[in-house]
Design a protein around this ligand. Structure first.
Ligand code: SF4
Ligand code: SF4
Length: 154
């Protein structure tokens, strides 16, 4: 597809839009999920202690521990396999997933219509999508993949 040799590693990690699924909080093997699970394990029964610390340290921040815990539970419970394997759980309306198949390309940067108006992305995401795909065109997929691994997605 698209006349470019693409490694399996890159193809599995990057969605056809160019965003890195492995840095998404919902990805089964992503670092956000990994560290959420680790933090949950390390915190153990902190809930009981949070109440004590509230009084002991006279700091109301500990009142918010239950909210913090439910936030932490969320990514820890996610297990998305990535955009190439399943429908995105975060963005139901994504136009790229089905479109790249119809167009016969692995990535939008390879498409003769790029940058198109078919993504259904909002203004910010659309802008980011254009920038990512332009960068891939200029610097290559491997370099952009390596860069995206260490940068926060959000
Ligand atoms: S497909 Fe969507 S939910 Fe799944 S890892 Fe990629 S961006 Fe996250
Ligand atoms: S038409 Fe747009 S969304 Fe579809 S593959 Fe081309 S650039 Fe991507």
């Amino acid at each position: 597809m698209g006349g470019v040799m693409i490694s399996e590693k890159v193809l599995n990690a990057l969605g056809p839009c160019g965003l890195n699924c492995e840095t998404c909080f919902a990805h089964a093997d992503g670092e956000i999920r990994k560290y959420s699970l680790k933090l949950k394990e390390k915190l153990g029964n902190f809930e009981a202690y949070a109440k004590r610390f509230e009084t002991l340290l006279n700091n109301p921040v500990f009142e918010h521990y239950p909210e913090f815990k439910s936030m932490l539970d969320y990514p820890a419970a996610e297990n998305c396999q990535g955009c190439r394997k399943e429908k995105c759980r975060l963005f139901d309306e994504c136009g790229v997933r089905s479109c790249h198949r119809t167009k016969g390309v692995d990535f939008c940067f390879q498409c003769n219509e790029f940058p198109c108006g078919k993504t259904n992305f909002d203004g910010d995401l659309q802008q980011r999508w254009v920038q990512i795909n332009q960068k891939i065109r200029e610097q290559g997929l491997e370099k952009c993949y390596e860069d995206s691994k260490t940068k926060p997605r959000y």
